[in-house]
Design a protein around this ligand. Structure first.
Ligand code: ADP
Ligand code: NI
Length: 224
């Protein structure tokens, strides 16, 4: 095993231990999918530093405010410390910290931008995991965790101006599709990400159409 493979293996055990017992939408299995997807996108795109992408994907959610008593400032600092402690060069570790900061702050806190190919690939991989069949499962899982209704035709769709209002919202989970999930397709960075997103987007549309058709089932069908 070379040094890169070693630190990847160490990071995998570190993150798995940390996520033991975490809420279902944010767990090792989400991290593992993002890690594999990021590697796939990198291969298809034919660029991006592999070690940076792998480590950033593995560590991208360890500082989620949901795991830090709402501390939005935690960001990429714990990931940086872990990597440097385990011998990664500070330049790479710093880049990874900034990738994580920009993924988890969701446009709210951090003002500076980062446009590296490594960031764009990891962000695409994370966003793809909020789409398609897995995205649907994660959304309803999250809604259940927050004790939100699945569907309520009396609650209108809403745009949120700041992340805390968005997080505090008690809106039904179906609304979340319109508020976030159906927008993801238009936010993809890479050609590979866009292609996968198109298909997952169409599946979500199909699912929503089917969902509303079942809600209205008795309007359409006469007992026969
Ligand atoms: P990420 O893994 O990209 O950091 P988030 O922390 O934004 O994602 O959300 C984790 C998962 O929970 C995603 O699949 C997201 O769609 C879902 N989720 C977030 N907010 C809501 C919500 N208000 N209703 C339903 N699902 C949500
Ligand atoms: Ni994530």
């Amino acid at each position: 095993m070379n040094a890169g493979e070693k630190i990847v293996q160490k990071t995998i055990s570190f993150v798995r231990d940390l996520f033991a017992g975490a809420e279902g939408g944010h767990d090792w299995s989400h991290t593992e999918r993002v890690w594999k997807m990021a590697g796939y996108i990198r291969e298809r795109e034919g660029r991006g530093d592999r070690l940076t992408i792998e480590l950033a994907a593995l560590l991208h959610d360890i500082s989620d405010p949901k795991f830090n008593d709402g501390d939005e400032e935690a960001g990429g600092a714990p990931a940086f410390d872990f990597l440097v402690r385990n011998g990664l060069d500070r330049e790479r570790a710093g880049h990874i910290r900034s990738i994580i900061n920009h993924i988890s702050f969701k446009g709210g806190v951090s003002q500076d931008h980062i446009h590296t190919i490594e960031f764009r690939i990891v962000q695409d991989a994370d966003r793809l995991d909020a789409m398609g069949a897995i995205g649907i499962a994660r959304a309803f899982n999250y809604g259940g965790y927050k004790n939100r209704p699945i569907y309520d035709p009396d609650v209108p769709l809403q745009e949120y101006s700041d992340p805390s209002a968005y997080h505090a919202s008690g809106a039904p989970t179906i609304n979340h599709f319109h508020e976030k999930l159906l927008k993801l397709k238009g936010l993809m960075n890479t050609k590979t990400g866009k292609k996968i997103a198109r298909e997952r987007h169409d599946f979500m549309l199909h699912y929503l159409e089917r969902f509303l058709r079942e809600v209205d089932f008795t309007k359409r069908e006469s007992p026969g």
